[in-house]
Unconditional design. Structure first.
Length: 339
């Protein structure tokens, strides 16, 4: 049986943990994990090779390309939204230049081997930009082609990298005399806020959702940085991981887009607290909006239209809001903090 070699950048992050767990269960998959920091030993043990390094290190990327013939690349490494806003120059380097390095790796391997390399890219609802709350309310579920006017460096980076992915897949060096046999098969997902029971949130503007739950489980007070009525879409981490794997496995012919919305549930911050208090009735949460961070949340859609993903590659979340909390988040987070 042929072995599929998968490169995962940002492998120590929330999505990376879940991907490695799922892929490692498949006997015909070999995982090469790359992260800026050393990985947890239990996760590292599931990988064929673990590399500690920077996606901006072109010599490192070239050495990986020389050592492995990759079939699939999951490019997860990124500087998240809050940090990107505070360090926009660094954000551009990591989020854009780093992505170009990985796209160059993919296009180089595809042309050398004469076959397509599948490139999975986690984008974000940060690519959207609503001008005001009235427009947000009227927009309803936003389609992939609407409101692409991001207000943040992170969203700008993500939208540009989506376009880079389309370019590398469909127009790369289009003036060349000969048409190459291999291409980059770029596939992107615009993720909503992801909620994990396994890892603690760090650096995301949507992290108020998981922070409410994690702080309640620890019995610690939490000052939520958005209004009680703030609303954006969220998703349980296992669904996010499964979505990447499902899109990676979908036949190219069935995909009518390069980038897809996916959704699951879209609660207000107050509704997140309400369902949290069913299990942690003493949760000490106050709403003390940070004007600037709240302003960013207000530019993101209240929900997304994911009909294209459902039609083209069978996307369907396993976890609605009730099940996400009762069967995944509450039990796992409770165990985590009882240790």
């Amino acid at each position: 049986m042929p072995v599929t070699t998968v490169l995962i950048t940002g492998a120590s992050g929330e999505i990376g943990h879940g991907l490695i767990e799922k892929l490692a269960a498949q006997s015909d998959v070999r995982i090469v994990a790359l992260d800026l920091h050393a990985m947890d030993e239990a996760i590292a043990a599931k990988c064929y090779r673990v590399v500690v390094g920077d996606i901006l290190d072109t010599a490192l990327i070239e050495s990986l390309s020389a050592a492995h013939d990759f079939d699939v690349i999951h490019h997860l490494a990124a500087l998240l939204s809050t940090k990107s806003e505070r360090q926009p120059t660094l954000a551009h380097k990591v989020n854009v230049e780093g992505t170009m390095n990985l796209l160059e790796l993919a296009i180089g391997q595809s042309r050398l081997q004469g076959r397509d390399i599948t490139f999975l890219y986690p984008s974000s609802i940060a690519v959207y930009g609503m001008p005001d709350l009235q427009a947000k309310a009227q927009a309803g579920k936003v389609k992939e082609t609407e409101w692409l006017t991001p207000h943040t460096m992170y969203g700008t980076n993500k939208l540009y990298c989506e376009l880079l992915g389309v370019y590398y897949s469909e127009h790369y060096r289009q003036l060349d005399a000969e048409v190459p046999k291999g291409h980059v098969d770029f596939r992107g997902i615009r993720f909503p806020g992801l909620v994990s029971a396994v890892t603690v949130p760090t650096g995301g503007t949507s992290d108020y959702g998981p922070e409410i739950l994690h702080m309640a489980a620890q019995g610690k007070p939490y000052a939520c940085f958005v209004r009680e009525d703030a609303r954006i879409p969220f998703m349980a981490m296992p669904d996010g991981v499964d979505a990447l794997l499902a899109l990676a496995a979908a036949p190219r012919a069935s995909l009518k887009r390069r980038v897809y919305n996916i959704g699951a549930f879209a609660p207000s911050a107050g509704e997140i607290l309400e369902i949290t208090r069913r299990s942690f009735p003493k949760a000490d949460v106050t709403f003390t909006p940070d004007v600037k961070r709240q302003g960013i949340i207000d530019t993101w859609p209240a929900d997304v239209d994911d009909r294209a993903a459902r039609t083209d590659w069978g996307w369907k979340p396993a976890f609605g809001m009730e099940r996400a909390f009762s069967e995944y988040l509450i039990p796992a987070i409770t165990r985590r903090y009882r240790k």
